[in-house]
Design a protein around this ligand. Sequence first.
Ligand code: THU
Length: 135
Amino acid sequence: MEDTGTVDWAALEAAAVAAMKNAYAPYSKFPVGAAALTRDGRIVSGCNVENASYGLTLCAECALVGNLQMTGGGRLRAFYCVDGAGNILMPCGRCRQLLYEFRAPDMQLMTTQGIKTMDQVLPDAFGPQHLEETR
Ligand code: THU
């Protein structure tokens, strides 16, 4: 069922902070937690998981989209990401792309500049539509 009510940003923040506490970040010592509200009202979350081979580190958003897919899939309505102090963190470029794939059309992100849309944080994005166009 589709949930079109107002976004409970405090609940998303709490879920992101809870996720951040599970982070595995022994190398950067920079734990990250991310949480998102799905269109059907679930909250999915993730933390960063680093690796001794540094470049293989998984961002919190990687775990979040895995969690999304593993718990029923669907689309993301709202997103919140925090650092180890619980402050709002902007998703890195790669993670904006990951989130773009699963966005609801009106997806919103809490940013350091307030609430923004997916299109504002990843303008002119490459996406599934481009693959369709060339087929
Ligand atoms: N990190 C995330 O988990 N998500 C982001 O969007 C930005 C960066 C993590 C990766 C790494 O474990 C740590 O933050 C420092 O870069």
